[in-house]
Design a protein around this ligand. Structure first.
Ligand code: NDP
Length: 287
């Protein structure tokens, strides 16, 4: 039976470290890290995410300001706000909650955020730096996944890692992070042929698909480490992951639960990136 990777506990450790760092910055340099969160429209899930990010900031001493714009906000108006935030020295991190309404081009908005304030790590500058192996803001969910893998103590070098999903926010960046750690990485997606055969090779399996329990326990290599990123709401059962948990846990050596696995890590890593952005701004070291 697999050991559980406790995302809540690891996220708590990260938040504690951030809190100590924020206190130290205040004490030694009179600096209060600031995060601006921009929400366009009234998507209920986005409202919850934004509220949770604000609360988490408050608990760690980061100053967070929420900017809520109506659904029919023009792209020009949104870009104007980002420009203001880019130029505001009290703002160290800028996060635009995705998805944006369909009339706004997400790429243009992400590219308008100053790379030094891009605490989500989605700006092509930071993505490029990740790919070429230079220091950068790392996207929060993939960075959280790596932290969870490290918490198991396994050495990723030479391991077969299989990532199911190739989104810009999870699949692709986590694949590059695994490559950076010397794993041999396979990226699977909706056109992949014979997915069970690919998954059966994985010493480390990352499920980031967004389809309830589509990865079957019987496909998993005995002893594999399984990280389930999926958050799927299923009527009567609540939240389930992309991996069939019970059967997978019988074969894996380590596995993340849903909820309580990757979920809590995302905000924790956002806090960490925000403090890092504040420190870099104070040091004048930029992105
Ligand atoms: P996307 O919808 O952007 O990407 C899903 C990926 O899965 C795509 O690359 C798609 O392939 C692939 N895919 C879809 N169907 C199949 C299939 N049958 N076989 C193989 N691959 C398939 O999702 P995200 O990356 O944004 O999110 C994935 C999951 O993670 C979701 O459940 C989301 O809620 C969750 N999530 C959780 C977070 C957290 O814990 N904090 C943060 C972010 C996401 P193709 O590219 O070919 O379409």
């Amino acid at each position: 039976m697999a050991e559980i990777i406790d995302g809540k506990a690891v996220a708590r450790e990260v938040r504690e470290a951030v809190k100590n760092e924020v206190e130290k910055l205040g004490r030694e340099r009179g600096l209060v890290p600031g995060l601006s969160v921009v929400l366009v429209g009234e998507d209920p899930a986005s409202q919850v995410y934004v509220r949770n990010k604000g609360k988490a900031c408050e608990k760690t001493g980061i100053r967070s300001v929420q900017h809520t714009l109506p659904e029919d906000t023009t792209q020009e108006r949104l870009l104007g706000l980002i420009e203001e935030l880019n130029n505001d020295p009290s703002v160290h991190g800028i996060l635009v909650q995705l998805p944006l309404p369909p009339h706004i081009d997400e790429h243009s908005v992400i590219e308008a955020i100053s790379p030094e304030k891009d605490v989500d790590g989605f700006h092509p500058f930071n993505v490029g730096r990740l790919v070429v192996g230079r220091p950068a803001f790392r996207p929060c969910t993939p960075a959280g996944i790596m932290r969870l893998l490290d918490s198991t103590g396994i050495d990723l070098t030479g391991k077969e890692a299989v990532v199911v999903g190739r989104s810009n926010i999870v699949g692709k960046p986590v694949a590059f992070m695994l490559l950076e750690r010397n794993s041999t990485v396979t990226i699977c997606h909706s056109r992949t042929e014979d997915l069970p055969e690919k998954i059966a090779r994985a010493d480390v399996l990352i499920g980031a698909v967004g389809r309830p329990e589509m990865i079957k326990g019987e496909w998993i290599k005995p002893g594999a480490v399984v990280v389930d990123v999926g958050i799927n709401r299923v009527p009567e059962r609540g939240l389930v992951g992309d991996v069939e948990f019970e059967s997978a846990a019988r074969r894996a050596s380590w596995i993340t639960p849903v909820p309580g696995g990757v979920g809590p890590m995302t905000i924790a890593m956002l806090l960490r990136n925000t403090v890092e952005a504040a420190k870099r701004a104070a040091d004048g070291s930029g992105a």
